[in-house]
Ligand binder design. Sequence first.
Ligand code: SF4
Length: 471
Amino acid sequence: MNSKLYHIITYGCQMNVADSQTLAGCLEKSGYQATEDEDIANLIIVNTCSVREKAEERAFGRLGDLKRLKKKGHNLNIAVVGCMAQRLGARIIDRIPHVDLVLGTDRMFDLPEILEQKESIPEIHTEFGHENIDDAPAIRDTPFSAYLTITRGCNNYCTFCIVPFVRGREKHHPADHLVAQAAELASDGVIELTLLGQNVNSYRDGKVDFPGLMQRIANETDIQRIRYTSPHPKDLSLRLIELHANEPKVMPHVHLPLQSGSDRILQKMARPYLYGHYRNMVKKLRAATPHIAITTDVIVGFPTETELDFQMTLDAFEETQFDSAFMFHYSVREGTRAWKEIEDDIPYELKIERLERLIELQKKISYHKNQSTLGKIQDTLVDGFSRRDNSILKGKTPGGKTALFAGDEKLIGSVVPVKISQADSWTLHGSVYRGSEGYRPIGFFKPEIPDSVAESTVGIPPALRKALGRG
Ligand code: SF4
């Protein structure tokens, strides 16, 4: 039996998903093979998130459960990597002694070499400064979509955020290299590329800024759909707004974290913009690209938040009409400026009450926004099956929404026009559009739609079948 079987468990954001894919690439280069069955793995890696306490507690719970596998005695190594590993280092071993390796955000990609050379257990590596970590070929979930990390780290130090401490200061990858990587991914079959960074729109390499990088990828590669996450409102430039309007390969979706509708709270968070500036940017985005989807992140119950401050957030949501939002209550993070300087004075029950009120409001707004797609045709990248019904296909619209529709699984991996006939707060429902009247495709892809929609298992690429867990 292969004694180099690995299994990765990932928590957190898309950056962590991308890191896990790169780590899988590093391991496979060193002779490891992936297994979905953690009971037979010799190496279990838990890639962690530190943004909220809940995410860390979930990872600790999972690590505790892994003790039963350690007892089986098949030379199992357990590695904790990523943000929580960076933040807590040796404290992870104090709490979970059966962990063998703790590797921070810059050292996790050295895992194969560290495993080769390790002399004693446990080992802890949390130094920053490792270069070229995004050069390793990633093992992607699907052959048709990919992540490309363009920047790592963050220089902003928002008072609530642990990210600059666990990811370090901003490092931008060279533009020529990123364009070459994008071209290679396109020749590998990637249709949709998501550019990643903690603060993507502060990207710069010499004269190439973030819109310049996206324009080069659009012009110089066969990538058909480009997305990115997350931009900072302070760095949202007019050039980026123009690019959305003029470059069909850049998908009409901006995830623009607002964090609070109160200028007083924004200042306490060290977010260097006012709500008025944010509102103007949204207006300009919508004036330039009327069908653009705008989503956001928000925190309620930040220290000192009054009912009036919270009301300003509700008003901002009413006014901005986000397509969807990631909404959280404040969770203090040790080491941040807010932890050091501001008392966490909002009772937990009040945080939850505000969060519930905001979620209720956003649910109605999302429902209303999604109704505006009824009867419209959305070029949907089909990426798998509905979670509830595997005879229904699932895909992503240009605005980043989930669309469900009946169709042949051969459509997975292609861009298909879907006419929306029904919508709730979270999902669009429709059918493959076969007419051409009034249909103007967004993007360059001309999909071929098979006549038959009969159930079929033929034609799905083996890598995708594996990724989808279908044989
Ligand atoms: S911009 Fe602020 S919230 Fe975003 S990663 Fe940087 S410090 Fe954190």
